[in-house]
Design a protein around this ligand. Structure first.
Ligand code: SF4
Length: 240
């Protein structure tokens, strides 16, 4: 089994909440989110390796968990199952970051007890999905898939986070309210501060990031539907 890898970070304190993790970035994505600061790098870097070679390339001096990220890691179904199994055999908790388009892959991980934490991006209001992400799928379809992932995780004791990167001008309070209402059963909802630097779409590099006060206000809107809400900014993580 070969894995297409775009990058490895040996040590991160932000990718797996409350843990120090090694992060594996897998090649390719089925979306083109205008704020993405990974996509360019992901598409330009592709290294083929076995799972064993991949783990031999990670310095585990500090990491006590594994994050499988991307790109969209579920595009490499067999590879992520093998990575998660390998990590579990070594005793690491495993988190996956996904855009939610392949719930059947998450199901396989959940049912085989290979995953501890699933972070699902909810990119925008569902009727704006196609336009915003340049994804082929309809927003209503993606909504069903995200709800399926939340259900799966809740029924199998896997922590599920939903998260939205808030882009001013493109999104508004109504969008966050609709998203929060929809994903209300998740364990944690995170509103993330949009960071224009290195955004995939040049036009988005000109948009100012939202202020913390604005994010707190949005967090309070989400809190009407979800108990556990945080905001993630360049200055850290704040509970609402
Ligand atoms: S933000 Fe995630 S889903 Fe969107 S283009 Fe980047 S890697 Fe793909």
């Amino acid at each position: 089994m070969k894995v297409l890898v775009s990058g490895i970070v040996d040590f991160s304190t932000i990718d797996y909440p409350k843990k120090c993790s090694a992060v594996i970035f897998l090649y390719d994505c089925n979306m083109k989110c205008p704020y993405c600061h990974n996509l360019k790098h992901i598409l330009e870097h592709k290294k083929e390796m076995t799972v064993e070679e991949l783990f031999n390339n990670i310095d585990f001096f500090f990491a006590d968990a594994i994050v499988i990220s991307g790109g969209e890691p579920t595009l490499q179904k067999d590879a992520i199952i093998e990575i998660a199994r390998y990590a579990k055999e070594k005793g690491f908790p495993v988190k996956i970051d996904t855009n939610g388009t392949n719930p059947e892959v998450i199901e396989e991980l959940v049912k085989n007890k290979l995953i501890d934490y699933v972070a699902v991006d909810v990119k925008c209001k569902f009727d704006k999905y196609r336009e915003f992400t340049k994804c082929e799928e309809d927003g209503e379809e993606i909504k069903k898939k995200i709800l399926k992932i939340i259900n799966l995780c809740k029924n199998n004791n896997v922590f599920v986070e939903c998260r939205t990167t808030y882009v001013p001008k493109i999104m508004n309070e109504e969008d966050i309210e609709e998203i929060a209402k929809t994903v209300k059963d998740c364990d944690l909802y995170a509103i993330q501060q949009f960071e224009p630097k290195d955004a995939y779409d040049e036009e988005f590099r000109k948009i100012m990031p939202p202020k913390e006060e604005e994010l707190i206000k949005l967090g309070k809107i989400a809190k009407k539907y979800i108990n556990n809400v945080i905001i993630r900014t360049v200055n850290g993580v704040f509970e609402i």
